[in-house]
Write a protein that binds this ligand. Structure first.
Ligand SMILES: [Zn+2]
Length: 641
């Protein structure tokens, strides 16, 4: 039995709140009473203890929820948030960190990051400004929650009972029994993709893009909330001494300035727009008439089927989940010279969960991870990587081995067949595994900068998106696939169709992401003058970037949760930013052979294992020998030869 892994069976919901209260109180007592002459060491001890207590609880809440656990979990959230506020305003700790003389470059980096976070939490402000800062934070979290509630309520307020005639084209298993169409995404997108009835598509489109707006039930209107959120964010940035909220956002990102972000997005628009225009023209010719927004998904689906016949479902028989997983292990073993070993007798939250060790070429244990592949009741949807603990050298010299959970929601095995994956699923698995490797293969001994810790938001997707690239290599697809009945690997024609379809309507898709990225960034550059600010700015951005005119009633901003109730304010660009980095990293593998072990070692040593120990631009440059370049990204989107 490996020591120090989470004991899931010992988690008793009725004991959680009290146990958490004790840890939090004790942590604060340590900070209040102990000598903080080595603040990093003290913080590591208390943060590590708290994280290892809370992580299995929050993980179980996500993958194996029960009413009692949920109740305990929810009671803990305010305690944790109060605790974090106390720490981020802890004057004695702050002073200790200001005074501390770092002993090496790692400590220097940690102190830099800590001081930055203290500054952004308003610790150095006057009492009056601190008070206002607190008010704004509270108000923002209330407004964000209301923003999302309005979307939910207004989504649920709409439904339409369609006639059989109107439903023609939509796959039977998607249509609800009572034929009542809703604006839930799976239903909405199926109508847009498959409904032959053009006016039905338009009806649903109009309802969908006017949710939570002035054109619908006014009690769910987000217009004023958006303006208030933006004003408060602007004020917050001013209080902290920034020119606007965008500059505040960039303080914790790899991108250095607003100009750099706008320039980055503008350059990509210049490539995507002509491609999107061409794609739209081809689509209109295929349709035989001019296209409206509610035609694009419909004819896109039809044209793609006609050209590539590469429906995702065709791939399932060739990708048994367990087989793909072992193929992924051998690919990574080859790249980084590692071994994966399944370990039994560890406690897991469900019998179908497996646990693995990663052993390196020197026979050292580098990390441990759990894999939970399939959908289950009481499991949250989506796929993600989360960590139980980070690599950390304790004051007594003992090394804590990093541990992670990989969670997916793939289709369950059936009576007569194993769990089978689509090509999209395979990419999801690779993506999350990339996050896992980033966390587990680190060689940094300090919690705050080991693995994924201390890595800026616009760079943290680099290792995960990097892994996706392997899923577009013919030789690798061959190795990953094995028909669950015939044992055949993927036939050439299926692979060729898949590769050919990769860039279908890529210009249109990329342009949409760029429009959102630009709109988000513009929004946070200025103080909103009036209630039309948001919509006007959206129209301006749309007219500049998009290739198809938007109907006057389009109210996209009113449901843009990423930025109004998420962490993506002035940060939506970061998805594309990280993808440019990951493609550029992969291009060196393409140059040297995609499975070249030497390039793999270089990537592992200079970037993947380095966590947040240095700014990502430096790690990137160490590996690539130059600044990031958009070429490889544009090629991967088929926008450059
Ligand atoms: Zn990710």
């Amino acid at each position: 039995m490996i020591k120090d892994l989470p004991q899931f069976n010992d988690i008793m919901p009725d004991k959680i709140v009290l146990a958490l209260q004790e840890i939090l109180a004790d942590n604060l007592k340590i900070l209040d009473t102990q000598d903080l002459s080595h603040p990093i060491e003290v913080l590591e001890i208390i943060e590590n203890r708290l994280h290892k207590f809370w992580s299995p609880i929050s993980h179980l809440h996500a993958v194996h929820d029960t009413p009692a656990l949920r109740e305990a979990y929810n009671s803990c959230l305010p305690l944790l948030s109060d605790y974090e506020t106390t720490i981020s305003h802890h004057e004695k700790l702050y002073q200790a960190i200001c005074r501390y003389q770092p002993k090496n470059s790692y400590e220097k980096r940690i102190i830099e990051l800590k001081l930055r976070d203290f500054r952004l939490s308003g610790i150095a402000l006057s009492a009056e400004k601190k008070l206002r800062y607190g008010e704004i934070e509270k108000k923002l979290s209330e407004l964000g929650a209301r923003f999302s509630e309005n979307i939910l309520d207004s989504t649920q307020a709409w439904s339409y009972v369609a006639s059989d005639q109107e439903l023609i084209g939509i796959p039977k298993d998607i249509i609800p029994e009572d034929k009542k169409l809703t604006l839930d995404y799976p239903c909405y997108s199926a109508v847009q993709k498959y409904a032959e009835d053009r006016s039905l598509r338009e009806k649903c489109y109009q309802a969908y893009v006017t949710r939570a707006s002035d054109l619908n039930d006014l009690k769910y209107d987000n217009t004023e909330i958006m303006q208030n959120i933006l004003s408060l964010k602007y004020e917050l940035a001013e209080i902290l001494g920034f020119k606007n909220y965008a500059e505040l956002s960039l303080e914790t990102k790899m991108a250095k300035s607003s100009d750099q972000v706008l320039d980055f997005l503008d350059k990509l628009v210049a490539h995507a727009k002509p491609a999107a225009q061409k794609e739209l023209k081809e689509l209109a010719e295929f349709a035989g008439h001019e296209l409206a927004p509610w035609d694009v998904a419909f004819y896109g689906e039809k044209l793609s089927q006609k050209k590539y016949h590469s429906h995702q479902e065709l791939f399932r028989p060739y990708f048994p989940a367990e087989y793909v997983l072992s193929g992924l292990f051998s690919l990574v073993s080859q790249l980084y010279n590692l071994n994966f070993k399944k370990i039994n007798n560890t406690e897991v939250w469900d019998a179908e969960v497996s646990c693995f060790e990663i052993i390196d070429q020197h026979q050292k244990l580098r990390g441990i991870f759990y894999v939970d592949l399939y959908t289950r009741k009481q499991k949250r949807e989506g796929a993600w990587m989360d960590d139980y603990c980070s690599r950390y050298k304790k004051p007594d010299g003992e090394l804590q081995i990093p541990v992670a959970y990989l969670t997916c929601n793939f289709m369950r095995p059936q009576k007569d067949q194993p769990g089978l994956l689509t090509h999209d699923d395979v990419m999801t698995l690779f993506h999350e595994f990339g996050h896992g490797l980033h966390h587990l293969l680190t060689t940094i001994d300090y919690i705050d900068i080991s693995g994924i810790n201390g890595v800026p938001w616009d760079a943290v997707e680099l290792p995960s998106q990097f892994m996706e690239n392997f899923c577009w290599e013919k030789s690798i697809l061959k190795k990953l696939s094995k028909h669950y009945q015939t044992n055949e690997s993927l036939p050439d024609d299926l692979i060729n169709n898949l590769l050919a379809s990769r860039h279908f309507n890529a210009g249109l898709q990329l342009l949409r992401q760029l429009e959102f990225g630009l709109f988000d960034f513009y929004l946070h550059l200025k103080k909103p003058e009036n209630k039309d600010y948001v919509l006007n700015l959206f129209r301006e951005t749309h007219n500049k970037t998009a290739v198809m005119p938007a109907p006057d009633y389009l109210r996209f901003p009113h449901t843009f949760s990423h930025i109004f109730n998420g962490g993506y304010s002035a940060a939506y660009y970061s998805y594309l930013w990280a993808e440019v980095l990951s493609c550029d990293v992969f291009s060196l593998f393409e140059e040297n052979g995609v499975l070249d072990a030497k390039t793999g070692q270089k990537f592992l040593n200079q970037l993947l294992s380095q966590g947040g120990s240095q700014p990502p631009e430096i790690l990137f440059k160490n590996f690539r020998g130059r600044e990031p370049d958009q070429t490889a990204f544009l090629k991967s989107w088929g926008l450059m030869q």
